[in-house]
Write a protein that binds this ligand. Structure first.
Ligand code: CO
Length: 498
């Protein structure tokens, strides 16, 4: 039992699995850049775990002491953990976006952020300034010989995978125009039907307006664009993630409208100008991946708000999609509020839903698979777009209610079994990444890697779990020399960068 300090100053005893104060520690900036072998290890790093985990997320939560309004507005910082012969090496570096360099030089906030960071001086200093900072902080992926930091509002930044030095914006030989978006959630198709079974990367970009445009990109193993197609969808459609099957790209359009006036007047963040329309359906657009194929389909489901999907696959006339769905937008903040004081109890949980899209009858059925608050799923890379049994996800320690993530859960979709490893009361988990054991057959034969913030020591650990068995606890905990602010997404590559 721990005491819990409410932000209104009311002291009360709570049965919560965490304290707000502990959780807040993970939202301090990490200003230093490190480069070292991790020598403080509990347990053993598996010798056959070979390759590099790249992670992205906000490294700075303030600019020279001026606090940013929302972590999603923080400057992107890459963490790289390289595993080789039972040892691990850590390195982190900031992405040198133009905005990062300018603000570091000026020592103050110069740009507005999508999620509410304002320039100092009140709304008058912000009015009619519609230029928004590219934080490059959402995801990082190594593909086609390039390490790319992704942020959906603009083109990616390319980095040197050895030094993490920023090399500049990547436009893929002119496929992207200047400033054109490139989604932060590419999907890797393990065996592309359009390309004779070779793996390919599928991604998209959104151009938002009264009617929105979805552009789909497919790249081969060498990073060359092999297909590109554009599709209009009615209405304002901010889409963060999507999912693929061998034949389709599937987009869930959250029912929101944008009232842009408070943003233009400098009074609100553009993200906080979105209004959720609970009486409107979620629109689901299913686009054939073969650019020659006709027949984009649109289906409707009950309203809900989705950031992330787990996976999708085809079953006869149906496409099955597993997603983390909220009742409403969970991220908006009032202009005067502080995200560190967020009242988790006031947020509805993200829950695991399965959607059955019937392409013949044009109907959607949905089913709640798990009510525990969760988000940031990861699964076996060979099962993307195909029927699958297991995935791994960040979750709340408690089975009910909304709370910061403290647990990692292995979900068995076939048996319904859940295995939970929790870092509560003082630990807070980040996105898990599943890494298959080389030459393994079983879908859960491999490791789950995650950064876990340990508030007791104000440092982060790289936690390695045996994906076959979460119940035995971590097989290794690698203690970093410092904390890493709570991050967003990342990826593993079997290539070793040191
Ligand atoms: Co995301």
């Amino acid at each position: 039992m721990q005491s819990f300090q409410l932000h209104k100053g009311v002291s009360t005893v709570s049965d919560k699995s965490y304290t707000h104060e502990d959780w807040q520690g993970g939202y301090e900036s990490l200003k230093q850049e490190f480069d070292y072998w991790i020598d403080d290890v509990e347990g053993q790093i598996p010798p056959d775990l070979h390759g590099t985990l790249f992670r992205n997320g906000p490294g700075l939560l303030d600019i020279n002491g001026q606090r940013i309004h929302h972590p999603f507005d923080g400057d992107g910082m890459i963490c790289r953990i390289t595993f080789s012969n039972g040892h691990a090496h850590f390195r982190n570096r900031f992405i040198h976006t133009q905005e990062y360099l300018e603000e570091q030089k000026a020592g103050k906030i110069l740009y507005r952020g999508v999620f509410g960071t304002q320039k100092p001086g009140g709304w008058l200093s912000n009015a009619f300034d519609l230029k928004i900072k590219n934080t490059a902080s959402t995801n990082v992926i190594y593909w086609g010989g390039k390490l790319l930091a992704l942020w959906e509002g603009a083109e990616p930044y390319r980095l040197d995978p050895y030094t993490l030095e920023t090399l500049g914006k990547e436009r893929f030989k002119g496929v992207l125009s200047e400033g054109e978006g490139f989604g932060a959630h590419p999907r890797l198709d393990p065996s592309c039907a359009q390309k004779g079974g070779e793996p390919c990367l599928v991604n998209f970009s959104m151009k938002l307006g009264l009617s929105s445009k979805i552009t789909i990109f497919e790249q081969d193993l060498q990073g060359s664009m092999v297909r590109k197609s554009a599709h209009s969808v009615p209405g304002f459609a901010p889409i963060h993630d999507f999912t693929i099957t061998p034949n389709y790209c599937i987009f869930f359009q959250n029912p929101v409208v944008l009232d842009v006036i408070p943003f233009v007047l400098g009074m609100r963040a553009v993200a906080d100008c979105m209004k959720f329309q609970s009486h409107q359906p979620t629109r689901i657009t299913i686009i054939p991946r073969d650019p020659e194929a006709k027949g984009v389909q649109t289906l409707e489901a009950k309203s809900g708000f989705i950031f992330h999907h787990v996976n999708a696959y085809e079953m006869g006339e149906e496409v099955v999609v597993d997603s983390i769905c909220y009742e409403s937008i969970p991220t908006t903040l009032e202009p005067e509020s502080d995200f560190r004081q967020v009242d988790f109890d006031a947020i509805k949980p993200g829950q695991l839903w399965r959607f059955y899209l019937n392409l013949k009858d044009k109907t959607v059925q949905r089913e709640l698979l798990d009510s525990r608050h969760c988000d940031f799923p990861s699964m076996h890379p060979q099962k993307v777009g195909h029927p699958y049994r297991y995935f791994y996800i960040c979750a709340a320690h408690a089975a009910t209610g909304t709370a910061p993530p403290q647990a990692l859960v292995k979900v068995d979709l076939e048996s319904g079994e859940r295995q939970i490893w929790s870092a509560a009361p003082r630990g807070f988990t980040g996105e898990p990444v599943f890494v298959p054991r080389p030459n393994s057959e079983r879908e859960d034969d491999g490791w789950v890697l995650a950064l876990v913030y340990d508030s007791e020591y104000h440092r982060s650990d790289v936690v390695i779990l045996d994906a076959k068995d979460f119940n035995k606890g971590p097989i290794a905990r690698l203690h970093l020399k410092h904390h890493v602010p709570y991050g967003l997404h990342g990826n593993f590559t079997s290539e070793c960068f040191l």
